[in-house]
Design a protein. Structure first.
Length: 275
């Protein structure tokens, strides 16, 4: 836990030093338990066909029907596309995520992207799905970030291996164990889904990405090079299955099977998905 200590010759200057709690009893006279950080790199596991089918089923569902960890993964990708990456975002290594602005997260992200009403419910789901929280011992950039071995950017098909706890816990908050926290910055970075899915999935997504919605020259010039950052961007393809709309305009396009989707689409919170 962090403790404040006074420096010599200056009683007003305060600095923060990290002190690791030792085994023993808590203030409530309970045996102190410690958070386990036994991290194993699962990012290179080869997905099974069942893993891939599970993920495809999740992204075809409406947001309120998806399982929590699938909603969270998609929310991290969608919030970046919609310009909320200063609120919640993947860490640069792609093995954890961090909420930078809790207030804006509750007001602008929680309901639209996760279909949840209160932050406490979000934290409870994170705990039930086995997410662990990094502390200041991992550095300022990583402090507060949350991770799970199977929650890795670019490997959404591994989410099916995350196990949701059925019990409500022991009502004892475990103490942090800073010495065992994983050093993610020393591990290979994980990137977008297009670099990690099986070959046949890459091909189908690549073909779908070739079908672009027609933009005017003015709209192209106002978009960034990747066409995703500005709010005046008209659309963004997402995994070859959907695109996000930032303006209300008449849009036409072609889905994976070559079918026109100018009218056969479902608009849900700014994202147009194929039916």
């Amino acid at each position: 836990m962090p403790i404040k200590v006074k420096t010599s010759n200056n009683n007003t200057q305060i600095r923060t030093r990290w002190r690791q709690l030792q085994p023993g009893l808590t203030k409530g006279n309970r045996k102190r338990v410690f958070l386990s950080h036994n991290y194993e790199d699962k990012s290179m596991i080869q997905p099974t066909q069942d893993d891939i089918e599970w993920w495809n089923n999740q992204i075809s569902m409406r947001v309120e029907k998806r399982q929590f960890h699938a909603k969270l993964y998609l929310a991290l990708e969608q919030t970046q596309a919609c310009g909320f990456d200063d609120v919640i975002a993947w860490m640069p290594h792609g093995r954890a995520f961090k909420i930078m602005d809790k207030k804006r997260f509750e007001e602008q992200v929680l309901m639209p992207f996760l279909h949840m009403k209160v932050y406490s419910s979000f934290r409870r789901q994170c705990n039930l799905y086995g997410f662990r929280r990094l502390t200041n011992a991992s550095g300022t950039e990583s402090s507060g970030a949350m991770y799970n071995e199977y929650f890795v950017r670019g490997r959404p098909e591994l989410l099916t291996r995350m196990i949701r706890m059925k019990n409500k816990g022991t009502n004892v908050r475990p103490a942090s164990c800073s010495l065992s926290e994983p050093d993610f910055f020393s591990m290979p970075q994980r990137g977008s889904i297009m670099n990690a899915v099986p070959d046949e999935h890459i091909e189908s997504n690549a073909e779908a990405n070739k079908a672009r919605v027609g933009l005017t020259e003015h709209e192209r010039s106002e978009s960034t090079s990747d066409g995703f950052k500005h709010r005046n961007t008209v659309m963004r393809w997402f995994e070859g299955r959907a695109f996000f709309v930032f303006k209300k305009d008449s849009l036409t396009g072609i889905n994976n099977s070559g079918k026109s989707i100018d009218s056969d689409v479902c608009v849900k919170r700014g994202c147009i998905n194929y039916r």
